[in-house]
Design a protein around this ligand. Structure first.
Ligand SMILES: C[S@@+](CC[C@H](N)C(=O)[O-])C[C@H]1O[C@@H](n2cnc3c(N)ncnc32)[C@H](O)[C@@H]1O
Length: 295
């Protein structure tokens, strides 16, 4: 489990090996939202903290920044299943290599009762619906008694879940993220509560609400990120011609996504989504939540 690049000879490619994006940009994350997450985590001197589905470990980077004046710093572990994301995480992250884990969130390999806090931001929805309970059970297992599990997730309603999921699937399909099209399940708020509850968590709490605006133009670069990586893999450089071709393809895909949303959102749901058709773009809004439970 412990990351030692030289030993990775039989690694199979993961969905996020192709998805190189900055979440702050595509999810329009504000400083206030990150502050609310840190408040929910409430890192204390000497805490042992686990960040799962860490991606490039932005949460851990914020925890480190928030605790830089502590005399005893928290001890942080990060884990992700994607080698590409783990390599991104290592950039500018001051965590020792034996605390950087490549692996599956359902089976962290960590001992029982190890952590004071575990946190997963925008990670649980990457797993199929029937697998998500395993994540909550695993976080419960590795937390110490009275330890806290914090998530940042989409929080959809009965009317919005299927429609929003279809829209994101369409975006993933256009971008060629085949594994993500297959696996992801975006939860309703009630389902999140049940996942905490079924794992045994107490004091389940909504810590903070986020209203998030999704718009196809905001995904322009993401829609060709896989194509761009492929060219770079093959040729190591991008020519002006490649850049132009990619730009054109991104424009076409953005327009396809706009048209899909126009067709997919029924008229009677447009108010719920705060649907705005701007002609060359569409904006829709959904909820996210920062939520916690105590072991
Ligand atoms: C949307 S990204 C979020 C990254 C990070 N938490 C953030 O918000 O900046 C989801 C991450 O979950 C990882 N992931 C997906 N399924 C996983 C699994 N079964 N085990 C571990 N990591 C997983 C992906 O590789 C990806 O890096």
């Amino acid at each position: 489990m412990i990351l030692n690049m030289a030993e990775f000879t039989n690694y199979t490619k993961k969905g996020f090996d192709n998805r190189i994006v900055r979440y702050n940009e595509i999810h329009k994350i504000t400083n206030e939202q990150y502050k609310a997450l840190i408040t929910a985590i409430d890192p204390q001197s000497g805490d042992v903290i686990f960040e799962g589905c860490a991606g490039y470990a932005d949460v851990s980077k914020h925890i480190i920044e928030a605790t830089k004046d502590y005399s005893i710093k928290p001890e942080i572990y990060i884990q992700d299943e994607s080698l590409v994301q783990i390599k991104r995480a290592q950039d500018g992250l001051f965590i020792s290599e034996d605390h950087i884990l490549l692996g599956d969130i359902r089976k962290t390999g960590m001992p029982d009762n190890t952590f004071d806090k575990t946190v997963i931001k925008m990670g649980v929805h990457e797993l199929p619906k029937e697998e998500q309970q395993k994540v909550f059970n695993e976080m419960y297992r590795i937390l110490k008694k009275n330890g806290k599990f914090i998530i940042w997730e989409l929080s959809l309603g009965d009317k919005t879940q299927l429609v929003f999921q279809d829209i994101v699937r369409k975006k993933d399909e256009l971008a060629g993220f085949d594994a993500l099209v297959k696996n992801r399940y975006f939860q309703k708020h009630e389902e999140l509560k049940a996942l905490f509850n079924n794992a045994g968590f107490k004091n389940i709490k909504d810590e903070y609400y986020i209203r998030y605006t999704f718009n196809p133009k905001g995904r322009f670069a993401e829609l060709i990120s896989k194509d761009k990586l492929k060219i770079l893999d093959q040729k190591k450089i991008l020519t002006q011609e490649d850049e132009n071709e990619l730009k054109e393809r991104a424009g076409e895909r953005t327009n396809q996504l706009i048209e899909y949303i126009r067709q997919r959102i029924p008229k009677d749901l447009r108010d719920v989504f705060e649907y705005k058709d701007l002609g060359d773009d569409i904006e829709i809004c959904v909820n996210k939540v920062i939520m916690s439970g105590i072991k």
